[in-house]
Design a binder for this molecule. Structure first.
Ligand SMILES: [Mg+2]
Length: 272
């Protein structure tokens, strides 16, 4: 059976508006029992917060199908690393995921009192409340031997007033101040694939994965790297001209998820 991985922003919705056809597509997949998950590089919200956001657009899915880069970071750390204290530079969603690990999160107050010396992991995502002090303690901890982990590589993201700095820009600051290379969890990297594949396999017997995304350098590159079918939609960041310029080639380009629904219906009917 095929299983689908959807990016969210620019695919399922834009800002707070659903893309035309997204709700119908998800209903169709649920009816047919076709396994799917949502995989976002955003770490500022957690899956419960995303479930609410989707629900407000009429898209009703269980929390377990939503994977943020913050959740992926937690699952990956749980599986591969020994417990140790964490210093978080990131939003509420990431902080909650790190608290759920139960390894101990060192707060700013504790860091100021010398707690940064006990930090074993510095985990960095998009932090709307970023301060120099957070960068300072992150730098001190990494220079003191803490492992440097980034939730996702995106240096920018599109928002209301234009292009904003993303997690990758904050990670770049710490790379500059520590001379260390971080482990980056999110798309297009291997940890995100490992976590997503494992979650999909819990939902059904999947022998072919389709990755549906709007961004060539994350979604489509991710699909190509790990042997997934790469479906690009044109409701988000990248456009066909970018395909020519980057040489990152999707297997299929569709205007939006609405056409994807028609395509899937044709496939499913043909196999019946
Ligand atoms: Mg996107």
């Amino acid at each position: 059976m095929i299983g689908l991985i959807f990016d969210m922003d620019g695919v399922i919705y834009r800002g707070s508006r659903p893309v035309d056809g997204a709700r119908e597509l998800i209903e169709f997949l649920k009816e047919r029992g076709i396994p799917f998950i949502f995989l976002t590089n955003n770490s500022t919200r957690d899956p419960a917060m995303y479930r609410e956001k989707l629900l407000s657009m009429g898209i009703d899915v269980p929390e377990e199908v939503i994977i943020t880069s913050g959740l992926a970071t937690r699952l990956y750390m749980e599986k591969h690393f020994e417990p140790g204290k964490i210093f978080v530079i990131g939003g509420d969603g990431l902080r909650r995921e790190m608290e759920r690990l139960g390894w101990g999160v060192v707060g700013l107050e504790e860091a100021r009192n010398g707690g940064w010396r006990e930090v074993e992991y510095v985990v960095v995502g998009l932090d709307p409340g970023l301060t120099y002090e957070k960068l300072k303690y992150g730098t001190l901890a990494i220079r003191n031997g803490a492992k440097f982990i980034g939730t996702n590589p995106d240096t920018t993201y599109p928002a209301e007033e234009g292009i904003y700095p993303g997690a990758g820009a904050i990670i770049a600051a710490l790379k500059a101040s520590t001379d260390e290379e971080p482990l980056i969890i999110g798309k297009p990297n291997e940890p995100a694939y490992e976590v997503a594949k494992e979650r999909l396999s819990k939902l059904g017997k999947v022998d072919e994965i389709w990755m549906v995304g709007d961004r060539l350098d994350t979604d489509i590159a991710f699909a190509k790297r790990f042997g997934m079918k790469a479906l690009m939609v044109l409701t988000g960041v990248s456009n066909p001209k970018d395909v020519e310029e980057t040489g990152i080639r999707p297997d299929l380009i569709l205007p939006s998820v609405k056409e994807l629904l028609n395509y899937l219906k044709t496939l499913v009917e043909a196999s019946e």
